[in-house]
Design a protein around this ligand. Structure first.
Ligand code: G
Ligand code: G
Ligand code: MN
Ligand code: NA
Length: 248
């Protein structure tokens, strides 16, 4: 209750922030960033999005939270015209029939090219019944946005959704990356995911890459894009400005 009220107040005041985690290619060139929302409540301190995103969903605030993160990420993305900026979208956000129009309006208002934006969805979104989510994603793809599957491999056993939705990229969940080098099957699994993505003409990025050994094993498995603490933790937009300036 108290936490919910605090979140409502801070959302209304625009008092949340965004951080950005670098995504790099095999030569460690910066190719994109993932936008991640952060909230520090005056009353409750630092709260994880793993807590307050579900709280926002349960209490009717996900539209406001989603609008905040999309708007802020879109605005910031204009600073980095050569980077893809990925924004997390929760299942509940996509269930809203007005989602497509809202995203398009926010993009227009922020003056961003949809081709610079990637929407990250979890597998759960894609196995939901009904055509709504599918047609909304098609419309967004047609407008130029790209779609990535977050936490790939953790959600559902059926892969049929991969051909039914306009997916451009698979993000290998960090639970697979953690096991690389510890279990033979982890390396085999990751190789298979990379092959699967490649054969479907999708890009593949590994998440949660923390050690040089994981990086090498991923590269050996054919993975060409990396995200995780080894490359960088999530950092401020100003830090991304500096990284970006250093590369151009
Ligand atoms: O940033 P961190 O690892 O603490 O994120 C924890 C969880 O919160 C992850 O599942 C992440 O996808 C989710 N998350 C982070 N930022 C956002 C956001 O802006 N919108 C939504 N819907 N989820 C987010
Ligand atoms: O569910 P999603 O993939 O959006 O969650 C991203 C979360 O993973 C962010 O909260 C981010 O802080 C976290 N994260 C990013 N890189 C690493 C990493 O290398 N190791 C760990 N343990 N967490 C990471
Ligand atoms: Mn994500
Ligand atoms: Na993930």
């Amino acid at each position: 209750r108290g936490l919910q009220d605090a979140l409502r107040r801070d959302l209304q005041a625009g008092a949340l922030t965004m951080v950005y985690q670098p995504q790099v290619d095999q030569d460690r060139n910066l190719i994109g960033v993932e936008a991640l929302v952060r909230w520090t409540s005056e009353e409750f301190g630092k709260i994880s999005p793993a807590i307050f995103v579900p709280l926002a969903e349960e209490s009717g605030m996900i539209e406001a939270l989603g609008a905040f993160t999309l708007k802020r990420a879109f605005e910031d993305s204009r600073r980095w015209p050569d980077l893809k900026v990925a924004v997390n979208v929760s299942a509940l956000q996509l269930r809203d029939p007005g989602f497509t129009d809202r995203v398009l309006l926010l993009a227009t208002e922020a003056g961003v090219r949809p081709s610079g934006i990637e929407l990250e969805l979890t597998e759960g979104v894609l196995v939901e019944r009904g055509q709504g989510a599918s047609s909304r994603l098609d419309a967004l793809r047609d407008a130029g946005f790209s779609i990535a599957i977050d936490d790939f491999g953790t959600g559902y056993s059926s892969l049929s959704y991969l051909s039914r939705f306009p997916i451009g990229k698979i993000k290998i969940d960090r639970s697979f990356v953690i096991d690389m080098g510890r279990s033979k099957s982890a390396d085999a699994l990751v190789s298979s995911i990379v092959q699967l993505g490649r054969s479907l003409n999708m890009r593949v990025i590994a998440e949660g890459v923390e050690t040089p050994e994981q990086w090498l094993r991923l590269a050996a498995a054919g993975c060409r894009e990396f995200q995780g603490y080894l490359a960088s933790r999530p950092v401020s937009a100003e830090d991304i400005d500096r990284l970006y300036a250093g590369e151009t």
